[in-house]
Design a protein around this ligand. Structure first.
Ligand code: ZN
Length: 383
């Protein structure tokens, strides 16, 4: 039986985390491109598109719903559309998903049409349907028109509607690093007719892909999942140091590329028996702790609080210590305030998955009751 939260030390959810595989794949695919001479305009459009994605990721107000990120088949980024003329033509790059965390080498595209009439913007087109991906690949993707669905943000529409997810594409624009739904109308065509652009060295074009991977691994947290660590398989007690968990997760391949860094630990926070809070992966990096809930923050309380799995404490603490509970309350309150997380989005792992985690001795009801009554402590914390 595997219902206890043994999996909590290593839940098998390495969604979008196959970074190493992606690098290997990308280098194999990219080597098909001959390196001739460098087109500086093409290179700068790659650099600018990467900057657009990096800039947007930095602000949590720009959070694109996880459901949209997960459904995106291709993304086209046009770094700069001027507002001066009604009919503009601007270059950019497009890439399509090959595997959860692997994207095709960037292809050069051109947007022709009308952007924001009042100020210059970057245009980001998230292609959600196969039909849209085919249109982009064949070099004729229509933007705008009657069937346009407004592009959602976590901050404005916490629940992504089916209309949005069944749209062929969603168009966003970014001005001064702030993302919003776009009214752009036009067409995105392939720029492949210009042979010099396909002759870019792979080393240059591949610089774009880590920005894409990081962007799609960035979340705006919408909830909190509480876990216990339980045992690390092969060891007799609960992890003593966060390093134990990090090493275990490293072995399991739970790594993620996020904000340009690689992180292993699947949780965002770990609460030690003495109440100390240890940081795992950054809050805005997608977790790997609960299938289907990776836009939720993962907090793991060290111990095994299942009376069935750990009846007499031979596998470590049987109940969370008062200091652990105090730290958990403080942390939940802070995260709840920072990301406007509703109380009903604070759940136990067992509420969303068939596991005993965090165990029947974990006082969840009391934690929730105290969160209802506690005023926000307003302390600044780590982003
Ligand atoms: Zn768990």
């Amino acid at each position: 039986m595997n219902r206890s939260c043994k999996g909590c030390a290593g839940v098998p959810v390495p969604l979008r985390t196959k970074t190493l595989l992606f690098f290997i794949l990308a280098s194999l695919i990219g080597s098909a491109y001959p390196a001739k001479h460098v087109d500086s305009a093409a290179l700068s459009s790659i650099r600018e598109a990467a900057n657009v994605l990096d800039e947007i990721s930095k602000k949590s107000q720009n959070g694109v719903p996880d459901a949209v990120l997960n459904s995106t088949k291709c993304i086209a980024v046009i770094p700069s559309i001027t507002a001066e003329t009604a009919n503009v033509s601007a270059g950019g790059v497009a890439t399509c998903r090959q595997a959860p965390d692997s994207w095709s080498p960037p292809a050069f595209v051109k947007f022709t049409g009308r952007g924001n009439p009042t100020h210059p913007t970057a245009l980001l087109v998230f292609v959600l349907s196969d039909k849209g991906a085919r249109a982009l690949r064949s070099g004729d993707l229509q933007i705008g028109g009657k069937k346009r669905a407004p592009a959602p943000l976590v901050s404005t529409s916490p629940v992504t509607s089916q209309v949005e997810l069944t749209a062929e594409l969603l168009t966003y624009e970014a001005a001064a690093g702030v993302l919003s739904s776009s009214e752009a109308i036009g067409v995105i065509r392939s720029n492949a007719s210009d042979p010099s652009r396909n002759a870019l060295p792979k080393k240059k074009t591949d610089k774009y892909l880590p920005s894409v991977v990081s962007f799609f691994n960035t979340i705006t947290p919408t909830g909190i999942v509480i876990h216990h660590t339980a045992l690390i398989p092969g060891q007799k007690t609960v992890p003593r140091k966060e390093r134990d968990i990090d090493e275990y997760h490293r072995e399991r391949g739970f790594e993620i590329l996020c904000f340009g860094h690689v992180y292993h630990v699947a949780y965002h926070y770990l609460i030690m028996p003495n109440g100390k809070v240890k940081a795992g992966r950054p809050e805005r990096c997608e977790g790997a702790h609960a299938a289907g809930y990776n836009s939720y923050l993962g907090i793991s309380v060290v111990g095994d609080f299942s009376s069935e799995d750990n009846p007499t404490g031979e596998k470590g603490p049987t109940r969370p210590s008062p200091k652990q509970i105090a730290s958990l309350l403080q942390l939940c309150q802070r995260l709840k305030n920072r990301y406007h997380i509703p109380l009903q989005h604070i759940v136990r792992h067992s509420d969303i998955s068939s596991t005993q985690c965090p165990g029947d001795r974990f006082p969840f009801r009391s934690v929730l009751d105290q969160l209802v009554t506690r005023p926000g402590d307003g302390k600044p914390g780590r982003e």
